[in-house]
Every structure is written in C-alpha cells, then in structure tokens.
Design a protein around this ligand. Structure first.
Ligand SMILES: [Zn+2]
Length: 488
C-alpha cells in the first residue's frame, strides 16, 4: 500500500491598513471592546460601505507577488450567514470575480524548488469575536468586524506536512516583506486552513479519502501537526472501512485541538450552508486600470525567495545564512548597503548572523534599530578581513559599538582588542593553555579518536586567555609546533 497526501491551503491574511475595509473605524487590537465601531461595521440599516483604497492596493500587490492575473473588473458579493459576531448577517466578500487568480508561488524545499499554483486571492472583511468563557454567558466584541482580510487559496499541490510548513513560513515572509501585513500569528493576523486528503494505492487501484478542512490554525506548528494527524487518521479510517472514500462519505470540517494533538469532527461539508452569494448592491465594482497596475508593479520589491537565491549565488553565502538575513527586509537591504560600502561579503555575512542579529534579538529589535551606521558595520567587517581584529574580538567590539559612536578601530584600540601577531606573546598564551589543560594535551598527543577535538579545544583556550586578541592562524601553527615538539 502506497499513500500520497494531497494538501491545499486557504490562508487569511489581515492587511496592515489604518482603517477597516468598508468604513473609517481604526483597526485596533488593543482598544476597549466595541469602541472602534460605527454604523457600517455594526451593520445598521441604511448605512453605506465605502471601499478602502489602501486595502485594495495591498491585495493587488500581494496578487502580483504571487504571479496572479489581476482582474480588470472585480466586484463585491454578500455571503449570507447568521452568527452573533456578524451583525449584518452577511459578510462582504468576492465570489465569482476575485481580485487575483491563477498564480504561482515558488518555494525552496530540501528536495529542491517547488512551484505551487495559487487558485485565487480575494478581499473580504473579518467578523467580530465571541468570548464564551465569561461567567455563563457569551460576550461579543465587534472591534475586529470589518477588518480587511485577504484570502489566498492554493490548488492542492502540497504533498507533505513539511512542504505545507515551508509554504506557510514562506508566505508569511512574503507578506511581511511586502509590508502588506504584520502577519503576527499570536494576534491572529495570519490564519491557516489546510484541506487534506490521501490517495491510497492498493491492489493496483487508487482510492481517495474524503477531504477534511482543518479550520483556523494559528501557528506553523499546528499546520504541520494537524496535517500529519489527518493523513494518519484518514489512512486508518480507510483501512478500517474501504468505503471511506470521497463521494461515498462526506467531506468534513474539523477543528484542531492543539493540547490533545487531535482533530475533531465539526460538521459534514454536505450540510454546509448555502451562502446565497449575490452582488452587494451598496458597493460599486472596481475596474483596475493599467495605471493602478503599473503603480503596484513599480512598488514591488525583490521578493524573499529571489533575494535569498541571489545572496547565495552572488555573494556566496550559505543557504542558511542567506535565509537568516533575508528573513527581514530592512536587514537584507542594510546588508546590501554594507557590502556596497566595501565590506568583504563573507565576513560581513558571518557578522550579521553571529553578532548583529544576536544583539538585535537580545534587544527585541531589528539590526536596523541598533543605531550602528552602515559605515560602522562595513568597517568592522574590514577590520576582521585585514586581520586587525579577530572574529572573536569583533563580537565584543560589535557590542561596544552599540553604545559608542567612535569608529570601530578606535574602540578596538581603547579596549585593547587589536589582534596580536607577536609570536612571543602568542607562544606564552599557548604555554599557559597547555599547562592548564593536561588532559586535552594528552588527548591531542595520543588519543586518535579525540585528537582533533582536543586540538580545537586548546585553540579555543588560547583565544580565551588572549581575550580574543590572538591571531587564530598563528595560534594554530604554534599549537601544532608545540605538539610535535612534545611528541619528540
Ligand atoms: Zn466602522
């Protein structure tokens, strides 16, 4: 028996606009309940919605970045359903004429590049929020009602939980990069709904299980776990009952219980509501002009996947380092300016990953907010490349640069971090390290299994004793010389 998971994703992205989709209310997560509302988002009779131009622009930008066709004519539809967090009793969405369709999105997986088809992306408004655990009643907060959402739907092109995980992280990186969303998952600004079923090959035939849509996942981890769980659950269900097949059993909506690590049946899709879509008579359709498209195209930055690949081919960075630097658009752009300012790429790349990003993380800010100029960043990389300071000392120096505006060379001089290439001084540090680490010396001399590790350890000790000032290549040479002298 062979199994092949078939996975499509629906993603809701909250667009980073100041105001709501169809009214002027501020989008605020922190406002007191029901304080950022008006007659439009409360759905009072006679109120008239107005389209948020910025939301439309951000949606178009995302559509272009996903290589979609942008509709020249798009309209708004009412999707009817009755729920306490939806006071109008319908949601404004886009049904048969979505803003964007027919796209392609490339991701890099350990198995190579994959191109995933995007079925459509359309604009809609979010609902409010119900709070069920307040005493014995349910409370409704409508601050979120009317917040602009972009719904992105893929074709069922993903073939594993891991691939879905990579896709979701890459999509988040993309929307943040474009500045169209903060995509903060704790705040519910990006939510995932995988559609999962399994193709099972047995006795020369293929069987397909019914599709389960897992609703409202708000972390990459749950996306991966829920898909893994569904693949296993559906395969077992088919083994138990060979009629557990699409067409013979209903498709399902399921909820994910992260604590128990299981999905629960919510409702059969056959019983899904008839939403009675119809064009919203209160909103004018939008004709997308060539000028609107050209403006959006011109503001598209280089996309993260492309930039990451270029950092690898053009700069020779490792895939992992490129990924780390490209993760944040401003950091990636700063890196390019530092390289343009004459920093040797290899050293600058390591310094970004090992020093600057760490310092930024510790301070919960971006590298661009550390207050170090690009000249300073470039100078530090040059100091290491020309051997004026060691890589270890550069890390100390980087931290010192945060609180001092002086050029890094002057700080290095004052802090005594200039690399010492003096053979006598270095030999004394080596001697000290050998005297203090008997066991490592013995291993380095005579234990074939540990020889390499022990020598590395001694090198580290010498660097430590020197306060990071020793020249690592000189240290390596002197250690080897001393070891061969001891071997006699
Ligand atoms: Zn409003």
């Amino acid at each position: 028996m062979q199994i092949r998971p078939i996975i499509g994703m629906e993603i809701h992205v909250q667009l980073a606009t100041r105001t709501k989709m169809f009214c002027g209310c501020a989008v605020r997560q922190d406002a007191p309940p029901n304080s950022s509302v008006c007659e439009v988002c409360l759905g009072q009779p006679g109120s008239l919605p107005v389209i948020n131009r910025q939301a439309f622009r951000l949606a178009m930008l995302t559509g272009l970045a996903l290589n979609c066709r942008i509709a020249s004519h798009t309209k708004w539809d009412r999707k009817s359903y009755y729920y306490p967090d939806l006071p109008k009793n319908y949601q404004i969405s886009q049904y048969d004429l979505p803003l964007a369709a027919g796209g392609l999105f490339e991701i890099d997986t350990p198995q190579g590049a994959r191109s995933l088809r995007i079925r459509r992306a359309h604009l809609e408004e979010d609902a409010g929020k119900n709070f069920h655990d307040v005493g014995d009643c349910t409370l409704v907060d409508l601050n979120r009602a009317g917040t602009p959402l972009l719904e992105i739907v893929t074709e069922p092109d993903l073939s594993s939980a891991e691939e879905a995980y990579i896709f979701c992280t890459e999509l988040q990186r993309l929307v943040v990069h474009l500045g169209v969303s903060e995509a903060n998952m704790q705040k519910g600004q990006m939510r995932f709904e995988p559609n999962v079923n399994v193709a099972i090959e047995a006795d020369g035939q293929e069987y397909r299980t019914p599709i389960a849509e897992v609703k409202n996942l708000n972390s990459f981890r749950s996306v991966r776990q829920a898909i893994e769980y569904e693949v296993a659950r559906q395969t077992a269900a088919w083994q138990e009952d060979h009629d557990y097949q699409i067409g013979k059993r209903p498709n399902e909506n399921r909820g994910w219980d992260a604590e128990r690590g299981v999905s629960d049946f919510q409702r059969g899709k056959e019983a899904a509501h008839d939403y009675r879509y119809f064009p919203d008579p209160d909103l004018v359709p939008v004709d997308v002009t060539e000028a609107m498209l050209a403006e959006a195209r011109a503001s598209l930055p280089e996309l993260p996947v492309a930039r990451r690949r270029r950092f690898v081919t053009e700069y020779g960075l490792s895939i992992k380092d490129a990924e780390t630097i490209v993760d944040h658009r401003a950091t990636a752009e700063l890196f390019e300016r530092v390289v343009a300012a004459g920093a040797p790429v290899e050293v600058a790349g390591k310094q970004f990953v090992n020093a600057w990003l760490k310092l930024a993380n510790d301070r919960a800010c971006a590298v661009t907010d550390l207050g170090v100029s690009e000249t300073g960043l470039a100078e530090l990389a040059k100091l290491v490349a020309e051997g004026t300071v060691s890589r270890t000392a550069a890390t100390t120096l980087a931290e010192a640069m945060l609180s001092r505006p002086d050029p890094p060379r002057r700080i290095a001089e004052e802090l005594g971090l200039l690399q010492v290439r003096d053979t006598d001084a270095t030999a004394r540090w080596v001697e000290e390290a050998f005297a203090a680490n008997d066991k490592a010396v013995r291993d380095a001399l005579a234990n074939p299994k540990k020889m390499q590790a022990a020598t590395g350890f001694l090198r580290g000790q010498v660097m430590k004793i020197s306060g990071g000032k020793a020249d690592p290549s000189l240290v390596g040479r002197l250690i080897e010389e001393r070891l061969s002298a001891l071997r006699g």
